[in-house]
Design a protein around this ligand. Structure first.
Ligand code: NAD
Ligand code: DAU
Length: 354
């Protein structure tokens, strides 16, 4: 492929995908399209912003006319679609914004790609084109104490966020079935790593440990998530984009389940050591707060398909990934200060009160 359009490339996962593709494929032009919402930050890409194969375009995927013109001008052969509203708590406060960005935005991109690539059921699948939709394991709903999400697990989204992502997944499959569009979808578990906006559990808690603020644990803290280092997610996206079978779905996960409270105690242990505090000193910051409505009990991915068919596995252990991540947040004050000023303060007060 000569040109790949990556949407949401200034966000957390998107910036790691852009960096990987810009550095690994110098002959491929990478166009990063991002609206730069509160979650998008060009600081995440300072190291590659002057690379000759990289272009940034500020724009909104919900603007159909803009997206159609972009496809006419840029003529991408591939799309890796990450742009989305991504935080469950925000979706509970403002579901419509999630429908607009995650559903309508995705359909706008599908329409523009379908038109530009001439996708049509009467024609062969255009194998030199590819629309990659990045989705989440949350579309499968919530697990009990046992079992795993497989690619065949029925969709059962529980939050406005996961409902909007499930809907967008259905549209992507519908464009494959109806218009012979070359699509591939991945559903990934919880990511952690550098540059994640500090509204999500891990960066929020590292930031609060560092600044001695309460650590707001929802409910009993016994909810379980399956954590994957963001760089390994970006590696998986590279593998699926280049070698995944068109029309297929692949689950991506870290083989790494943690109950929130155990993960929080581990974060405290590592951070306290790095901050020169006594072991466990920051456990006093743990504060049990009102639960998230409709809180999914457990997510766990069976990632055997991507492992067995495409040969992908995570490159680091959780201990290594978490250590690098905590180190990054503790030594990047400037980044943290810039994203936690302004609107973040009012979001925080609304979400967590005083
Ligand atoms: P993020 O919130 O950090 O970044 C989203 C990016 O999309 C931001 O740069 C934002 O500016 C951009 N964006 C939002 N609305 C836009 C619009 N209308 N037009 C153009 N750009 C827009 O999200 P993330 O955590 O990096 O997630 C990226 C994708 O991966 C999402 O689709 C999400 O559903 C999916 N995902 C995330 C995780 C996770 O753990 N974070 C796990 C699995 C899947
Ligand atoms: O599973 C993939 C999904 O993981 C992605 O699709 C989402 O974009 C991403 O936000 C993430 O969703 P979660 O809701 O699992 O992530 P979050 O970091 O918000 O919460 C992780 C767990 O921690 C969850 O059980 C809720 C809990 N939590 C979270 C916050 C922000 C708390 O106990 N306190 C908090 O303040």
């Amino acid at each position: 492929m000569k040109k790949i359009l990556i949407t949401g490339g200034a966000g957390f996962i998107g910036s790691h995908v852009v960096r990987l593709f810009v550095n690994k494929y110098p002959d491929v032009k990478i166009v990063n399209l991002d609206k730069l919402t509160y979650a998008g930050n060009l600081e995440n890409l300072r190291d590659i912003e002057n690379a000759p194969n990289y272009t940034f375009i500020k724009g909104d995927i919900t603007d159909a006319e803009f997206i159609n013109n972009l496809f006419k001008e840029e003529k991408p052969d591939g799309v890796i679609h990450l742009a989305a509203e991504s935080h469950v708590d925000r979706s509970i406060t403002n579901p419509l914004e999630f429908v607009t960005t995650n559903v309508i935005g995705t359909v706008n991109l599908l329409n523009a790609a379908k038109h530009a690539w001439g996708c049509n059921k009467d024609k062969e699948l255009p194998a030199d084109k590819r629309f990659y939709h990045v989705s989440t394991d949350e579309v499968y709903g919530s697990l009990g104490d046992e079992g795993f999400f497989l690619e065949t697990t029925p969709y059962d989204p529980q939050s406005p966020y996961s409902a909007s992502k499930a809907s967008s997944d259905h549209f992507v499959r519908a464009y494959h079935n109806t218009y012979n569009m070359s699509v591939v979808i991945t559903n990934c578990s919880n990511n952690y790593g550098a540059n994640q906006f500090p509204e999500k559990l891990i960066p929020l808690f590292i930031h609060n440990i560092k600044t001695n603020k309460p650590l707001p644990v929802y409910g009993d803290g016994k909810y379980t998530r399956d954590w994957l280092w963001v760089v390994d997610h970006a590696r998986a996206i590279d593998v699926v984009f280049h070698t995944g079978k068109l029309g297929e779905t692949y689950n991506i996960g870290g083989f790494n389940e943690w109950q929130n409270i155990n993960l929080i105690k581990l974060l405290i242990k590592i951070a306290d050591k790095k901050l020169g505090r006594a072991e466990g000193e920051s456990e006093k910051l743990i504060t049990y707060v009102k639960d998230r409505p409709g809180h999914d009990k457990r997510y766990a991915i069976d990632a055997s398909k991507i492992k067995n068919e495409l040969g992908w596995t995570p490159s680091v252990t959780f201990e290594e990934g978490l250590d690098k991540t905590i180190e990054w947040y503790l030594s990047n004050d400037e980044w943290l200060n810039s994203v936690t000023s302004g609107d973040y303060q009012s979001y925080y007060a609304k979400q967590y009160g005083k």
